[in-house]
Design a protein around this ligand. Structure first.
Ligand code: SF4
Length: 483
């Protein structure tokens, strides 16, 4: 992937579309009477900014009503002191968004989504993608077809179910039987928070505790760290956890045929300082690099990481292979998504805005370049060309995931199957197109062994295998569901 974050990965592929799997949102919530819950949530969202940069929002509740502020841009662009000061209360839910369905960048699609169940205000934040089922379409139709995101439709389904069952938690449990797809959600009423995950547990969600006794919910543990919260546990697939005056109280909802947490969180999406289900993301990436060094050794002078997400894996590869690790590619962290070039010639220059090799390090050297994944391959191709231009004599690409040959329908924005370089191509053909000296991918077994420290070993691996753990859209490419 080379340039490897959503805000930096608009690639020179001639379409303006990203050459990367794009994160799909981060959620964060706080229940802490007596604390500045809005600012705590803003800090948490900044820690989760890598999961979405299109919009940010926070809603707070004070026991009687909800207040909300949201907008387009990064957390620091959306919130100033005046906005923070207006968000009073003892609980908050927040969201950073990268759109995968529904409306793209618009303040209307920004979350939290506000709604009501009779006269009780609710705010919903969502990481994932819901399948556009008949149930959701009926919810949209009931609103005159105006509901342009799956989150809004989910709100209506939950509201209807709450009216039927008489309680918000029972309403959520009932709605979970109706909603299909990947979701890690937090729903706020003025009095309490409800955090819940889909029955397969595709997207991560965890709970932490503040020193004051307050509660925190976050997509990743790096969000807990920034507010000084201690990790308590991950929310279980199918669990509905209520956080309120009585503390933490949870119930299990509908069971799935099998657990299927997204294994790609460890490869790329999550921050390396996060721990998911007991497995450190950083250590997993180092282990992936080490496993690949054993599976695909090569004689070389230096190991480089494609910054930033390839770096931990590169250090693992270097240690296992005995080839020195070197800092040979400098990344510009300030090239944003908005910097889409209008002409092909300028687009082709795109990667040079983000990555620049150091000739003094790599000239005359045989390089192993470790990256997390290949999507369309355009970034890899340009990176390899740049390394040769800078004087490398060999460039051996080592990818610490299997070939991405199938699209994701569970909250990650992938290219269509026809645009994925690995779809229908051999590794040899890919190597030839990219122009590398050799190309190798980590095996699925190697990837699984790198995350063997996780408490649960049920994975979604569908973008590698095409075997989807739950339903996919009707117009999806031919595949199988293992549900
Ligand atoms: S298809 Fe791939 S990216 Fe999507 S949830 Fe499954 S493992 Fe994760």
């Amino acid at each position: 992937m080379g340039a490897t974050r959503a805000d930096e990965s608009m690639e020179a592929n001639g379409t303006g579309a990203p050459d990367a799997l794009e994160e799909a949102c981060g959620v964060f919530a706080v229940y802490a009477p007596g604390e500045d819950v809005a600012r705590l949530t803003a800090y948490g969202l900044q820690a989760l900014q890598h999961r979405g940069q299109e919009s940010a929002g926070i809603a707070t509740g004070d026991g009687e009503c909800l207040r909300c502020h949201k907008g387009i841009g990064l957390v620091t662009q959306v919130f100033d002191d005046a906005a923070m000061d207006s968000l009073t209360g003892h609980l908050a839910v927040g969201h950073v968004r990268y759109s995968t369905s529904g409306a793209a960048a618009s303040s209307d699609a920004a979350q939290p989504h506000l709604s009501a169940i009779d006269d009780v205000a609710i705010a919903l934040v969502h990481n994932g993608t819901l399948l556009d089922t008949d149930r959701l379409q009926r919810a949209r139709a009931a609103q005159g077809g105006s509901m342009d995101t799956d989150t809004k439709a989910a709100c209506l389904v939950i509201a209807e179910a709450t009216r039927e069952t008489g309680s918000v938690r029972q309403g959520i449990r009932w709605a979970m039987g109706e909603l299909q797809g990947a979701y890690a959600m937090v729903l706020a009423t003025p009095e309490a928070l409800y955090a819940f995950r889909d029955p397969c547990g595709i997207r991560p969600l965890c709970i932490g505790r503040l020193p004051s006794g307050g509660w925190v919910v976050s997509s990743e543990t790096c969000g807990l760290d920034i507010v000084g919260a201690a990790y308590v546990r991950d929310i279980e697939p199918g669990e509905v956890a209520r956080l309120g005056a009585e503390g933490l109280d949870s119930e299990l909802g509908p069971a799935a045929a099998r657990r299927a947490s997204c294994i790609f969180e460890y490869v790329y999406f999550a921050r390396p300082d996060s721990v998911i289900d007991g497995q450190s993301v950083y250590q997993a990436r180092r282990a992936m690099g080490a496993a690949l060094a054993r599976e695909a050794p090569v004689e070389a002078d230096l190991v480089l990481g494609a910054p930033d997400s390839g770096t931990p894996a590169a250090t693992g590869y270097a240690e296992a292979s005995g080839i020195p690790y070197a800092f040979g590619i400098v990344k510009n962290h300030y090239v944003g998504r908005t910097f889409i070039q209008p002409t092909q010639a300028m687009r082709e220059r795109g990667i040079k805005l983000k990555l620049n090799p150091l000739p003094s390090v790599i000239a005359g050297k045989r390089l192993v370049v470790v990256d997390d994944s290949i999507v369309r391959g355009t970034t890899s191709r340009q990176l390899v060309a740049m390394l040769y231009e800078a004087g490398a004599v060999e460039v051996h690409l080592r990818i610490v995931s299997p070939e991405v040959a199938w699209p994701c329908f569970y909250g990650i924005d992938t290219a269509s199957r026809s645009q994925l370089l690995a779809a229908g191509r051999s590794v040899g053909a890919m190597n030839e197109w990219i122009g590398s000296s050799s190309l190798a991918f980590l095996s699925l077994e190697g990837l699984r062994s790198a995350v063997s420290g996780a408490r649960h070993q049920g994975w979604c691996e569908a973008c590698f295998t095409g075997s989807y753990p739950m339903a996919v859209p009707d117009d999806a490419p031919s595949s199988s569901t293992g549900a």
